[in-house]
Design a binder for this molecule. Structure first.
Ligand code: FE2
Ligand code: FE2
Length: 150
């Protein structure tokens, strides 16, 4: 992944974790041990409702909101936010399935694929655009905002 502005580095760091979680989810189908498979899905759901949701909010509130009315950025931002909503709906279903019995492996595969594609899209297209459109002073301020203020 390319070198990121300091303001975006924590989000890029999260992306590495997200890709690792997505890979584990893809491999669930190969696990013979039912308990191990449930543990992996449970870990993923916990990752999502903890770290990933916070990550989405941070992206939306700090980096997407300032650019939503910019012609050049709007379509990419709408795609990213739609991905967030789609992932949210799908992972809520995974959580429900996990507590009521069987989890649909095809759904897990779709979640893992969408999450992986979403991260790649942000790293390759949206984050470079954000870095080029948000003025350096604003990026510097965002770099020092810290995650607690989101
Ligand atoms: Fe995102
Ligand atoms: Fe992201």
């Amino acid at each position: 992944m390319p070198r990121r502005h300091d303001a975006l580095t924590p989000l890029t760091h999260d992306h590495h974790h997200a890709l690792a979680q997505a890979r584990r989810l893809k491999d669930v189908a190969k696990l013979e041990d039912e308990a191990a498979a449930r543990n992996t899905v449970n870990d993923f759901v916990n990752f999502y409702f903890g770290r990933a949701i916070r990550h989405f909010h941070e992206e939306e509130e700090l980096f997407f909101a300032p650019l939503v009315d910019e012609e050049q950025a709007r379509d990419l931002i709408l795609r990213a936010v739609s991905d967030h909503l789609r992932l949210h709906a799908m992972i809520r279903t995974v959580k429900r399935q996990l507590s009521s019995g069987d989890v649909d492996p095809e759904l897990l595969d779709r979640v893992a694929t969408l999450l992986t594609e979403h991260v790649r899209f942000e790293e390759q297209e949206l984050f470079p655009l954000i870095e080029s459109m948000i003025p350096e002073d604003d990026l510097q301020n965002l770099a020092t905002v810290g995650r607690r203020d989101v």
